[in-house]
Design a protein around this ligand. Structure first.
Ligand SMILES: [Zn+2]
Length: 579
C-alpha cells in the first residue's frame, strides 16, 4: 500500500472523531468505575442530550465512541484527549478530577446543533496551574443558592465544575439562630449538607467557613464583642465609628468565650463529619471582630488567639483538612494588623495555617503584594464577581466584566495559588467561568474565556458576536453611564438569535444576556425620554423567575425602573370622560 492510501484510510476512519455530526454516541466508562466516575458519565450524557437530539448509550453500535480512562502520569487533576482509532475519542484523566475536566474540555470544544453532536477537534494535554480553584456560594437573603430546587443547583454546579472548579465553600452564619438545635439552624445545616454533597459526588472538595468570634442570636449579652472604633487604641475611624458587626459576635477575651467558640465549631464539625470538610475557613471581619482593648488590634491579636485552637480542633476532626486564614479588611479599621500578623508569623511560622486568604471589596490589599504574604504562606483570593457596580445585585441580568477581572488578575496572579470568587447567584455565571479558567491557566486572557464560553453555551458561529456584546456590557456597566452602544448590543443579539438552536434560545444563560441588553437599551432610551414601561416590566418578571428572587431581600430583587417619557411622547392622551 502506498503511503497516501494509508493516509486516506486513516483519515476516513477517524472522520467521526474529527468533526462529523453524529446522532448517537457510545460512552465507554473505565473498568475501575465508581460512583464518582459514573456521575461524571451522567454529566456527559446530560450535557449532550440537553443541547441537541443526539443520544448517548452505554453499549451497542454507534458512529462515535467516547472512551473515559483514568491513567496517572499527566499531572494532578490534568487530562489528555486523544484519538482512539476509528470513530473513537479517548479522554484520559490523570485522576477522577482530571477525567471530569477532560470531559469538560471535550464538550466545550464541541458543536451541538440540528445535525446532532460534532465532537471538538482539540487534542492534547492540559494540567491546572493553581491547586485551589474554588467558588463561594453565599446562602443567605433568600438568594438562589438558598431557595432554588436542589436539582437545579446540582446541575448548575456540575456545569461549573466542567470548567475546572474543584471546591465549593458554604457558610453557616449563626446570627439568625437561637442555638444549634434551633429548627431554622437545622434547616440551614440540612441545606448546606446537600450543597456540599453535590461537590463530593463529583469527587471535589467541600469547604465550610466561620468567623473567628461568631455567636448565636440568643448568646449572653455580657459576652458580646465591642464594635466601636471611636477612642479605641489600635483603631482609626477613617472608615467609620464601627466595624461591620451584627451584634451577636462574642469577645474571646471574656472568660468562657473561647470554650463557647470551640463548642460551636465542634457542633459544626459533627454536622459535617460524614460529608468531610476538606477546607476550613476562618474569617476576621465583615461580620466579625472585637475592638475591646484586650483583643486589639483584632487581626493581629484576639483573632489569632481564637483562630489557632479552632484550626487545631478542625485538623483533629478532619485529618488532612486544610486551614485557610482570612485577612479580609485588615487595617480597614485596625492599626497595624498586617504588620502585626507578619511579625508574629515571621517569629514562628504557624503550623496551623495552610493558606492566607487576602482580598478586598475595593482595591486589592497592597500589603501582601508589596511586602510578601505573612509566614511566606501560599495565598488565595476572594474576588467579588457579584456586587461590583450594579445594585441590586443581578438586578439587570448578566453582569460580565472580563476587563475588570483581568486587571485585578494581572496585579495579583504571581502571588496566588487560587481562590474562591464570591457568588450571590447565577447571573454572574460568565464571571465565574472566567475566574475558574484564570486559576487553571493564569496567562490565558479573560476575553478568550468569554469566547470559549459563548462558543459552548450559544454556538461556535456566534461566539465572536457574543464576545462583542459582552464588551459592550462592560462598557455600559455603570448604570448612570450607559451609552448608545446599548442599542448595538440589541441589534447584534437580534441578528444572532435566528442562528441559535431552540435549546439555546430557551436557556437561562441566553435569556440573561438578552434581558441585560434589553434593560440597558431601555435605560439609555430613558435618558432620551423614550423608555418603554412594558419592556422594563417584562424583563423584571422574567429575571425574577430565572433568579428565583421572588422572596429575596431587596438587594437581590430585580430593580424596578420606571420608564421615562418626554412630555407628549407616547403618553396616553387625557380622555375627557364627560365629567
Ligand atoms: Zn474583645
Amino acid at each position: 500500500m502506498h503511503w497516501w492510501i494509508v493516509f486516506v484510510t486513516l483519515a476516513c476512519a477517524a472522520a467521526n472523531a474529527r468533526g462529523e455530526a453524529v446522532k448517537s454516541i457510545r460512552l465507554a466508562l473505565p473498568p475501575e468505575r465508581d460512583a464518582v466516575i459514573e456521575n461524571i458519565g451522567r454529566v456527559f450524557v446530560r450535557q449532550i442530550e440537553s443541547r441537541c437530539d443526539a443520544k448517548v448509550t452505554p453499549d451497542g453500535e454507534a458512529p462515535l465512541v467516547v472512551e473515559l480512562v483514568v491513567a496517572p502520569g499527566i499531572g494532578a487533576e490534568g487530562f489528555r484527549i486523544e484519538d482512539g482509532g476509528a470513530g473513537r475519542i479517548r479522554v484520559v484523566g490523570n485522576d477522577r478530577r482530571g477525567l471530569l475536566y477532560g470531559v469538560g474540555k471535550l464538550l466545550h470544544a464541541s458543536r451541538f446543533d440540528a445535525d446532532g453532536f460534532t465532537p471538538g477537534a482539540w487534542r492534547g494535554a492540559s494540567v491546572p496551574k493553581m491547586p485551589v480553584r474554588g467558588v463561594y456560594f453565599a446562602t443567605h437573603f433568600q438568594n438562589y443558592y438558598q431557595v432554588a430546587p436542589i436539582e437545579d443547583v446540582t446541575r448548575y454546579f456540575e456545569d461549573l465544575s466542567l470548567w475546572g472548579t474543584n471546591s465549593l465553600l458554604v457558610w453557616y452564619g449563626m446570627e439568625e439562630f437561637n442555638g444549634f438545635d434551633d429548627p431554622k439552624a437545622q434547616a440551614m445545616i440540612t441545606r448546606l449538607r446537600v450543597l456540599l454533597k453535590i461537590v463530593k459526588d463529583l469527587g471535589l472538595d467541600a469547604s465550610l467557613g466561620c468567623i473567628g468570634n461568631d455567636g448565636y442570636k440568643n448568646s449572653p449579652a455580657e459576652l458580646r464583642a465591642d464594635s466601636s472604633t471611636v477612642d479605641h487604641a489600635g483603631y482609626h475611624t477613617n472608615n467609620g465609628p464601627r466595624i461591620y458587626n451584627l451584634g451577636n459576635e462574642l469577645c474571646p477575651s471574656k472568660p468562657g468565650v473561647p470554650e463557647l467558640e470551640m463548642q460551636f465549631c465542634q457542633e459544626k464539625f459533627g454536622a459535617f463529619k460524614d460529608i468531610g470538610l476538606d477546607y476550613w475557613f476562618i474569617w476576621p471581619y465583615d461580620n466579625g471582630g472585637c475592638t475591646c482593648p484586650k483583643c486589639a488590634p483584632w487581626g493581629a491579636n484576639g483573632y489569632l488567639r481564637m483562630a489557632e485552637p479552632l484550626a487545631r480542633a478542625y485538623r483533629q476532626a478532619f485529618p488532612g483538612g486544610k486551614v485557610i486564614l482570612g485577612t479580609w479588611y485588615f487595617d480597614r479599621w485596625g492599626v497595624g494588623e498586617w504588620d502585626g500578623i507578619a511579625a508574629k508569623f515571621a517569629e514562628k511560622k504557624p503550623d496551623w495555617v495552610d493558606y492566607i486568604m487576602a482580598d478586598n471589596f475595593e482595591e486589592y490589599p497592597r500589603y501582601p503584594l508589596d511586602k510578601g504574604v505573612p509566614g511566606g504562606l501560599p495565598m488565595l483570593n476572594f474576588p467579588d464577581i457579584s456586587m461590583w457596580g450594579q445594585d441590586p445585585w443581578g438586578g439587570y441580568g448578566a453582569n460580565p466584566h472580563p476587563g475588570r477581572l483581568q486587571a485585578r488578575w494581572d496585579e495579583t496572579k504571581h502571588k496566588l495559588s487560587g481562590g474562591f470568587p464570591y457568588s450571590e447567584g447565577i447571573y454572574e455565571d460568565i464571571n465565574k467561568v472566567i475566574v475558574a479558567r484564570l486559576y487553571w491557566d493564569p496567562d490565558r486572557p479573560a476575553i478568550e474565556t468569554v469566547r470559549d464560553y459563548a462558543a459552548f453555551e450559544f454556538g461556535p458561529d456566534v461566539a465572536d458576536d457574543v464576545t462583542t456584546v459582552v464588551e459592550i456590557f462592560e462598557k455600559n456597566h455603570w448604570r448612570n453611564q450607559i451609552g448608545p452602544s446599548a442599542a448595538t448590543a440589541v441589534e447584534l443579539l437580534d441578528r444572532i438569535e435566528p442562528k441559535l438552536t431552540p435549546q439555546v434560545r430557551q436557556s437561562w444563560r441566553w435569556r440573561l444576556v438578552r434581558i441585560r441588553a434589553a434593560i440597558d437599551q431601555e435605560m439609555y432610551r430613558n435618558t432620551l425620554g423614550q423608555g418603554r414601561e412594558e419592556v422594563f416590566r417584562a424583563a423584571r418578571e422574567e429575571l425574577t423567575a430565572i433568579l428565583r428572587s421572588q422572596d429575596a431581600w431587596p438587594m437581590l430583587r430585580p430593580a424596578v425602573i420606571p420608564a421615562v417619557k418626554r412630555e407628549g411622547e407616547g403618553q396616553p392622551k387625557a380622555e375627557n370622560d364627560g365629567r
